[in-house]
Design a protein around this ligand. Sequence first.
Ligand code: ATP
Length: 768
Amino acid sequence: MGQKRARDPKAQVSEANKRKKAVKSDKASSDDHGSLGVEDLNWKEVAMPDRMDDAEGFFGLEEIEGVDIIKQSDGGVHFKAKSGKPTKSIIKPPSEDDGDEWGGFSDEDSSKKSPTIEKAPTTTQVKEDKKSKKDKKKEQNKAMKESKEQKPKEQKSKESKPGQNQNIKAGLSFTALDDVEEDEGVDVSAWDGLNLSPETFTALSKMKFSSPSAIQKASIPLILDGHDVVGKASTGSGKTLAFGIPIIEHYLDKRGKQEEQSEQSEKNKSPIALILSPTRELAHQLGKHIGELIANSPDTNARIALITGGMSIQKQQRQLATADIVIGTPGRVWEILSTGTGLIRKMQKIQFLVVDEADRLLSEGHFKEMEDILNALDKHQAGDIADMDHEEEDEEPSQRQTLVFSATFHKDLQQKLAGKSRWASSDMLDNKASMEYLLKKLNFREEKPKFVDVNPESQMAIGLKEGIVECPAMEKDLYLYSVLLYYPKNRTIVFTNSISAVRRITQLLQALQLPVFALHSNMAQKARLRSIERFSSPTANPSSILVATDVAARGLDIKGINCVIHYHVPRTADAYVHRSGRTARAGESGKSILICAPEEVVGVARLAGKVHTKKARKAGDPDGPSKKIALESLDIDRRVVARLRPRMALAKRITDSTIAKEKVNTEDNWLRAAADDLGVEYDSDEFDPSKGRGRGRGGGRERRDKEASEVSKTEMAGLRAELKQQLSQRVNIGVSEKYLTAGRIDIDALLRGEGNDAFLGHLDPLTF
Ligand SMILES: Nc1ncnc2c1ncn2[C@@H]1O[C@H](COP(=O)(O)OP(=O)(O)OP(=O)(O)O)[C@@H](O)[C@H]1O
């Protein structure tokens, strides 16, 4: 007969905690006498009786066999194995929270869980284990799908608890259930009806995406149904997952089928998707975003290969060989595909071709590489360099789906993609015809792709406010600095139209002790990524500033950007939309501010008119011509500008001088090297471009550069010291000592660091 004890699940946690100390001392003595404490034993649950009348307060009993009871002098009891040596069926296996939970493991379980006594499995066992795991998973998935389909909505909402994923709770995927409890996922029932897998539900829950965005809701079912899709939705509205989720769904589906047949060897593996992006940063971000979906999706190991310039080609080739999803910029993708290692052949099997930021990829700059890639994807075309010798093999024509996404499409492109305008015959030489030619090359599987436009009314994000600051052309730096000080603790991107402006403004703001990073296409790739990482890190200074060219205008998704400043007026309306779209993402709010000189006003008005055309028409006469909506004019307090002028003058002198010195040094080095090559003596005065010139174009600038470069070290040190001193003080905007003593200033609030701590005195915020 086994020894028995009472078990009360309700009280077990506190009871177990109380017992922990006693058990510890039991354990110490058991070592000495070969006896065991109550907690050391592997108690087994006794089956519940059908009737509980005689249970008298016990919720259940546990028993143990093969032990003798040893009574202690203090009235307590110990146990001892009958056989003398405790067997593993008697000893409780170690558990992670030993003492808090009554395990009740069987012998078999305990042998599996304890690594010390685990037996090496035989080959047959491994195979069987794998098989049963697969079967179990298949059953789980099937059951979950069925349950999802059958479960009525009311029942789901009844069962839901805040902070829990109803779909997952309702289903039978135990892995998913565990994950949700650990990660406190959100309720994702709003995704019902999109026919997603349990894995994706789990991932969405963990990523806390409680409902699909409009573009996701509209596109995902179409893509899952096998259609080509052209998707248009405002910046930051979740386009990445609109195509990312169906790709992962396809991966899961394909993996299921492969498991049923035979394991596909890594070597023969071919990617399911090629995602093309216009910039390296965007490609990396797409990889990160889809990577997060994969990482949060249980048992999903889809591999992503990032194929962008500036990184090792060899590494990328290796990654590509085993990739499920390839994400890259057209230049590097083509460079690798054309290396002749059979990659084109693999790529021809992709199920999805995604053209992200399509209006950019299908226009100037990327034409040649896009053409090469598209040619290569379709069999027996020029560019199929590596696979010419396989041409005789007859393969199925490509069945890939083409997915084209952007926030902006030129009217012409949009109409053509939507199939509303006929494709022109190909005259490939002019730009417009090139675009049409490329569109043909996209080779949609359907005659008319499904066109999804979820924001026909406005291109701008809903939470975006747009303002304009007018200032003299020569004072843009001063006004930029003022706007930045108006919005402390705002993560801001400042866009310029040139690389040299990025360099200069970055140095200028650095001199003014602001936390600033630069981003432009002439930077080494690692430096580019480092700038973005530092700027976007959650631990970064909340006032961080990124000064960038339009290389950062598209797609970059950085959390918490509150403000976008256009230092230069963007060259196109689309650029304005994309730049401004770096803020007010995923339903958040944000500001876009144009700094505009008087001579730029006409261009800005035209730009605003283009961007807001539909809104303007709707607001006024729906059939009439579009009225141009002026952006809200922001009044910067003139006192602020006046007070900041001296420090800006100092910062400018320091910056100009540093840049001029760098330039002179670079030119000097170049000329010295050239002189060496020619075998002539180098005399810097003789080569000085400013000597004997100065009247023609650029002469004035050269003279200024020269003067700036001649600021001595001592002068520079003096300028820096003066600037430092000025920056150490708050900018006083009209507070006199009289006010301070007369109680007009809330000193306590000041000391608490409330309000805008760059200024001393009251500052009306720029409300718009
Ligand atoms: N269903 C969702 N619920 C909440 N947030 C989401 C959802 N889907 C995506 N997001 C988040 O929204 C942000 C913007 O997504 P994404 O980068 O895909 O936008 P986009 O439409 O491609 O923007 P852009 O046009 O600027 O490239 C991301 O941070 C993403 O994590």
